[in-house]
Design a protein around this ligand. Structure first.
Ligand code: ADP
Ligand code: MG
Length: 254
């Protein structure tokens, strides 16, 4: 289970984000990025953050720490910005928290070096979780302490919005032609050989166990949170073995 803390103070919005994530302080005195359950696509976005983020972490990528932030919606009462106030008031209960990488820079492909090995691993992972949000326009990578960190996995695994077609979507190609790391000659063969065998049923059970029950309750067609956890694991398990063959748009590959 992810660590649970309670929000004590809303600090400020992180303006760049489309979903208006904010910065908060919690009762453990930590400062965290908050992603609101009342924003955009709601809790499914947060489930995607947890599944993709915790899977990435276990595959050896750098991902900020994830935890849950319990929020009292009355915290919004004194907030002057109406959009923020609306978000706070509609996000009572369990929200996603993320370790704040203070002083991190947005990734700039012209300024920061990435090896073909690392580029290959990240492109392979993004193909596995169908991440459409790692383009040069919107990299969702941070540069912190001279390393690349992965953030913003809310738009991954779109198949979770259509469960009957989820396993079939595991066969879909992944077009990497807009990927921010395409210019770094991603070494997909090495990445696939290393990572695919590590995406096992056991690993995915561990990852999906991290999803808070509160975001899994009352999903139509599922009787229990654990049944839904297995539905998240299955397409990833099927896709892992074959995903390298599904990646298109990388010149000189294959
Ligand atoms: N853990 C973090 N540490 C530091 N900055 C962050 C962190 N998470 C997000 N940010 C900043 O906030 C911006 C928006 O966050 P992101 O997760 O991409 O949200 P959105 O879904 O709205 O795009 C990022 O581009 C980055 O500048
Ligand atoms: Mg983003």
């Amino acid at each position: 289970m992810l660590k649970e803390v309670t929000v004590t103070r809303y600090i400020t919005p992180l303006r760049e984000g489309g979903s208006l994530p904010g910065l908060v302080e919690a009762d453990d005195r930590g400062t965290y990025v908050i992603k609101f359950t009342g924003a955009g696509q709601g809790r499914k976005t947060l489930v995607a953050e947890v599944v993709a983020g915790e899977l990435a972490r276990r595959l050896g990528f750098r991902v900020p720490r994830l935890l849950t932030l319990d929020l009292d919606p009355d915290l919004g009462l004194g907030e002057p910005d109406e959009r923020v106030q609306g978000l706070l008031r509609s996000s009572g209960g369990t929200n996603l928290g993320m370790g704040f990488l203070s002083g991190a820079l947005g990734f700039d492909p012209l300024a920061f070096p990435v090896s073909p090995e690392e580029a290959g691993r990240i492109v392979w992972f993004d193909a596995l979780v169908n991440n459409v949000d790692r383009s040069w326009r919107n990299p969702n990578l941070l540069w912190w302490q001279r390393e690349v960190w992965l953030i913003d996995h809310g738009a991954t695994m779109i198949w979770q919005h259509n469960w009957p077609g989820a396993e079939k979507s595991a066969d879909r190609p992944y077009d990497a032609s807009d990927h921010v790391l395409k210019p770094f000659a991603p070494d997909l063969a090495t990445a696939a050989a290393e990572l695919a065998p590590r995406v096992t049923e056991d690993l995915l059970a561990e990852v999906t166990a991290e999803i808070p029950d509160a975001w899994l309750a009352d999903e139509p067609g599922f009787d229990t949170p654990d049944e839904l956890r297995r539905a998240y694991a299955r397409p990833l398990l099927l896709r892992a073995a074959a995903v390298r063959e599904r990646i298109t748009g990388i010149e000189g590959d294959k």
